[in-house]
Design a binder for this molecule. Structure first.
Ligand code: ADP
Ligand code: MG
Length: 713
C-alpha cells in the first residue's frame, strides 16, 4: 500500500536521536555537519567504496605509489624521537601480508588505533629496512564491518564522527524502513524508459552494495533524482509562464523577412537558418516565446535577431532591441540600419503597396525634441524597431503594440529589467522574448541554468573568417615581440587593441591603470602611433568620440579597459594585446579576443603575462586553453573543468537542493534524460495532482530562495 510506505518527508520528520547509539552528544556532532534527521542521514553518501576482494591488499602495494589498503591493527607503540617528536608506530596486516605505519606528531593515534581494529589507510608506501612502510597516511576507521564493499563516508575529526558510525546508523535506518518500504514517487514508465532501478534498491545499493556495479546503478538512479527535481521545478515554472501569459500568435507571410534575406550580401549559415526556424515556430504559436540564443562571438546573432524583429513588424507589431550599454546600443542601431537599408515594408493600406521601415534609437542621450518624436512614434506605432538601453523600459515609454523583444548580452541585465520590458504588453498580451548571449555555456549547464528558457544554439561560424592566432607572451622579452607586431600591423594599415590589466574590483583603479598604460605606451613602446583611450568612466560623448575615431581609422590603437568586451566591431583591427591576461577568466578572454578576426586579414591575439618567478616552469591552463582553441563551447567545458563542479545553487545556501551525486560535467546524458522526463511528467499532469509525492518532495527540498536562484536567467 503506497500510502504507508515511508517518504522522504517521513524520513525528514524523524530526528537522528531516535537511532540506537545516537545520544545527545552524537546528536550535537551530527548537527554540526548538517545532519538532523533520517532524510539528511540517508542522503549523506559515501565518498568512496572499497572492494575488499580485489583491491586494497598489502601484497599489491607498489613502493612509491599512492594506494588504499584495508587492514587490521596488530600492535601499537609510541615513543619520542631524539628531536622530541612523538612517533606512533602501528603494525597492520591483512590476509596478504604485514606492514608498518608511522605517525609523526599525532600522539592521539595511540589511543585511536587499538589492536584488532579494522581501518582503511590511504597513502604512499615506501620500502624501509626491507619491508613496506607508510608514514602519516589518511586513516578511516571502518570498525568491524563485514561485506565485500566497504563504504567510506565523509567524516569529520572535529565533529568526532567516523565512517563506521555513519555506516551503522544508515544501515539501521534502512533496516527499520524495510517493513514499511520506501516510497518511490517516480512513475514506472519514466523509470523504465530511462532504465532506472527503483529508489529503495538504489538507497540500499549506494550504502550497502554487494558489488561495484550495484553501486553504479544506484548512483545513476539517485543522481537522476537530483537532476529530475531541478528540471521539474524549471519545467513547471516554464509551463506556468506559458499558461498564464497570453502571448501573440504572429501572422507572418514571410514577405518582409524574405526581402531582408535578399538584401543580405551572404547566405545564412545552417545554424542561423535553424535558429530562425525555431524562433518563427515560437512566434506563430499563441503562447509567448522565452528563448535563449547562444552563439559564440561573431556567430552572427544580429541577423537572427533582425529576422525575429521583422517577423513582428510583418504581423503589424513593433520590436525592441535592448543592449546593456550606450556604446553597444548605438552600434546595434548603426549596424541594424545598415543591414536593413533599402528594405521596405509590404503595406496593403499604402497607395504604393509598400512603406519605409522606421528604426529609432532611444538612449539617455536622445533628448529634447528628438526624444519627444521617438516616444510619440513608439506610442502611435509608427516606429517599427526601437533600439536602446534600459531607457526603453522606463515608465514613460509606451509602445503601441510591442510584439518582439530582443535582449542582447543578458548577463548584464537583471531579471527585473527583462521582465519590465516584457511588461510593456500589447493589449495584455506578452511580447515574445529572445535573449542573446555570447557567453558560451555548455549545453547541459544551459539546460539547468536557463531551464525556463528554450535554447537555440549558433554552433557554426559564418564562412570566410580568418582564424585568430592566439599567442602567449610570457615575460618582457616576448612582450617586445607583441609591440613590434602591433607596430608592423599599423604600418600595414591595420589597427590594434590594447586591453589594460584588471585591477581589483574598483573601477577607479582600473581607470588609473588604463591612463598609466596609455602614457607609458605613448612615450615608450608605441611611440609615434595614434593612441586612443576608452574606459567606462569617460562621459558618454567622449566615449562615443573615442570609438568613432578608432572606427574611422583616425586612431591606430585603442587602449581600453574591458568596456570593449561587448560589441565593438572594427573589422580593420587585426591585433589585440591583453595585458596581465592571467587575471581574466577564460570566458572573458574569449569575449575580448572576439573583437579581432572580424575582417579579411589574419588576426593575432597576444596574451601577455609576467613570468611566475617562484615557479618559472609552471604552466597556465587557462592561457594554454585559449592558445589551443577558439571554439567557445570547448573553452566553456575547459572552464567548467578547471573551476571544478561548483554548486548549482548560490554558494551561500548549500543545502538539501544541492547536487550531491550528480555532476553537470560528467552526467550530461542524465541531465538530458531528466529534462525530457520532467517535460513528460509535467505535460501529463501540469499541477502534479496525480503525482502528490513528487510535489511534496519538491516542496521538501527546495526553498523559495532556490527557486528564485534557479529561474534567474
Ligand atoms: P555576434 O553578434 O554573434 O557576435 P554578429 O551578428 O555581429 O555576430 O556578426 C558578426 C559578423 O558576421 C558581422 O560582420 C556579420 O555581418 C557577419 N555575418 C553574419 N552572418 C553571416 C553569414 N551567414 N555569412 C557571412 N557573414 C555573416
Ligand atoms: Mg553581437
Amino acid at each position: 500500500m503506497p500510502a504507508e510506505q515511508i517518504t522522504l518527508r517521513g524520513l525528514a520528520e524523524i530526528p537522528v536521536a531516535r537511532l540506537k547509539g545516537v545520544g545527545p552528544k552524537k546528536e550535537a556532532s551530527l548537527a554540526k555537519v548538517g545532519i538532523a534527521n533520517l532524510f539528511d542521514l540517508v542522503t549523506t553518501y559515501p565518498r568512496r567504496w572499497v572492494d575488499r576482494s580485489n583491491e586494497a591488499r598489502i601484497a599489491d602495494l607498489v613502493p612509491g605509489e599512492e594506494a588504499l589498503v584495508l587492514v587490521t591493527v596488530r600492535s601499537v607503540t609510541k615513543r619520542v624521537t631524539r628531536n622530541r617528536r612523538t612517533m606512533v608506530n602501528v603494525n597492520v596486516g591483512d590476509g596478504s601480508g604485514r606492514m608498518d605505519v608511522v605517525f609523526f606528531n599525532q600522539p592521539w593515534r595511540e589511543r585511536q588505533l587499538k589492536d584488532g581494529l579494522q581501518i582503511a589507510l590511504f597513502g604512499k608506501a615506501d620500502t624501509y629496512r626491507g619491508g613496506l612502510q607508510m608514514s602519516n597516511p589518511v586513516v578511516d576507521l571502518i570498525g568491524d564491518r563485514t561485506g565485500r564493499i566497504v563504504p567510506i563516508y565523509p567524516q569529520s575529526e572535529k565533529a568526532q564522527i567516523n565512517t563506521w558510525e555513519m555506516a551503522g546508523w544508515i544501515e539501521e535506518t534502512l533496516r527499520r524502513c524495510a517493513d514499511r518500504g520506501i516510497a518511490d514517487p517516480i512513475p514506472d514508465d519514466v523509470l523504465r524508459s530511462n532504465k532506472m532501478i527503483d529508489r529503495p534498491t538504489a538507497l540500499a545499493g549506494i550504502h550497502l552494495p554487494e558489488d561495484m556495479q550495484q553501486k553504479e546503478l544506484a548512483r545513476r538512479r539517485l543522481a537522476f533524482d537530483e537532476l529530475l527535481r531541478v528540471q521539474l521545478l524549471l519545467v513547471l515554472r516554464k509551463r506556468a509562464m506559458e499558461r498564464d501569459q497570453r502571448g501573440i500568435a504572429h501572422s507572418m507571410s514571410g514577405k518582409l523577412v524574405d526581402r531582408f534575406y535578399e538584401a543580405l550580401p551572404y547566405e545564412l549559415t545552417g545554424a542561423q537558418s535553424r535558429a530562425i526556424a525555431e524562433i518563427e515556430a515560437d512566434l506563430a504559436a499563441p503562447h509567448s516565446m522565452h528563448r535563449l540564443l547562444q552563439g559564440d562571438v561573431g556567430a552572427g546573432k544580429t541577423v537572427v535577431a533582425i529576422a525575429a524583429m521583422l517577423a513582428a513588424v510583418e504581423g503589424g507589431h513593433q520590436a525592441a532591441l535592448m543592449a546593456p550599454t550606450e556604446v553597444l546600443a548605438e552600434q546595434h542601431a548603426t549596424s541594424v540600419r545598415a543591414m536593413l537599408d533599402g528594405v521596405i515594408v509590404p503595406d496593403p493600406d499604402n497607395l504604393f503597396g509598400d512603406r519605409p521601415l522606421r528604426i529609432e534609437l532611444l538612449t539617455n542621450k536622445v533628448t529634447g525634441a528628438q526624444r519627444k518624436e521617438v516616444l510619440a512614434g513608439l506610442a502611435d506605432g509608427s516606429v517599427d524597431i526601437a533600439i536602446g538601453t534600459h531607457a526603453l523600459i522606463q515608465d514613460k515609454v509606451d509602445f503601441e503594440s510591442l510584439g518582439v523583444v530582443v535582449v542582447d548580452e543578458q548577463h548584464r541585465f537583471g531579471v527585473e529589467q527583462r521582465s519590465a520590458l516584457r511588461d510593456k504588453t500589447a493589449g495584455g498580451r506578452m511580447p515574445d522574448t529572445l535573449v542573446m548571449t555570447a557567453t558560451p555555456i555548455p549545453r547541459t549547464a544551459a539546460m539547468t541554468v536557463y531551464g525556463d528558457l528554450d535554447v537555440s544554439v549558433l554552433d557554426e561560424l559564418p564562412p570566410g573568417r580568418t582564424p585568430i592566432v592566439t599567442m602567449w607572451a610570457n615575460g618582457p622579452l616576448m612582450e617586445t615581440g607583441v609591440w613590434n607586431d602591433i607596430k608592423s600591423e599599423v604600418a600595414a594599415g591595420r589597427q590594434a587593441y590594447v586591453v589594460c590589466p584588471l585591477v581589483g574590483e574598483s573601477e577607479k583603479l582600473e581607470v588609473a591603470s588604463a591612463e598609466e598604460t596609455i602614457q607609458r605606451l605613448a612615450f615608450d613602446e608605441l611611440q609615434g602611433l595614434r593612441l586612443e583611450l576608452l574606459h567606462g568612466q569617460l562621459p558618454p560623448d567622449e566615449k562615443h568620440a573615442a570609438m568613432e575615431r578608432f572606427r574611422s581609422g583616425e586612431a591606430d590603437v585603442l587602449v581600453a579597459t574591458t568596456v570593449i568586451e561587448v560589441g565593438v566591431d572594427v573589422p580593420n583591427a587585426t591585433v589585440m594585446a591583453i595585458l596581465d591576461a592571467d587575471r581574466f577568466g577564460i570566458a572573458q578572454l574569449h569575449q575580448l579576443r572576439g573583437r579581432v578576426g572580424r575582417g579579411e586579414h589574419a588576426s593575432t591575439c597576444w596574451l601577455v603575462t609576467q613570468p611566475n618567478d617562484e615557479e618559472p616552469e609552471a604552466g597556465n591552463p587557462r592561457i594554454e586553453a585559449l592558445v589551443a582553441t577558439t571554439d567557445g563551447f570547448e573553452l566553456a567545458e575547459v572552464d567548467l573543468d578547471l573551476r571544478g563542479e561548483g554548486t548549482l545553487m548560490s554558494t551561500a545556501q548549500k543545502g538539501r537542493s544541492d547536487l550531491k551525486l550528480a555532476s553537470l560535467r560528467r552526467d550530461r546524458k542524465l541531465v538530458e534524460q531528466a529534462r525530457a522526463s520532467a517535460f513528460a511528467i509535467v505535460d501529463s499532469d501540469p499541477d502534479l495532482t496525480r503525482h502528490p509525492l513528487i510535489a511534496d518532495e519538491l516542496d521538501l527540498i527546495f526553498s523559495d530562495r532556490d527557486e528564485e536562484f534557479l529561474s534567474r536567467g
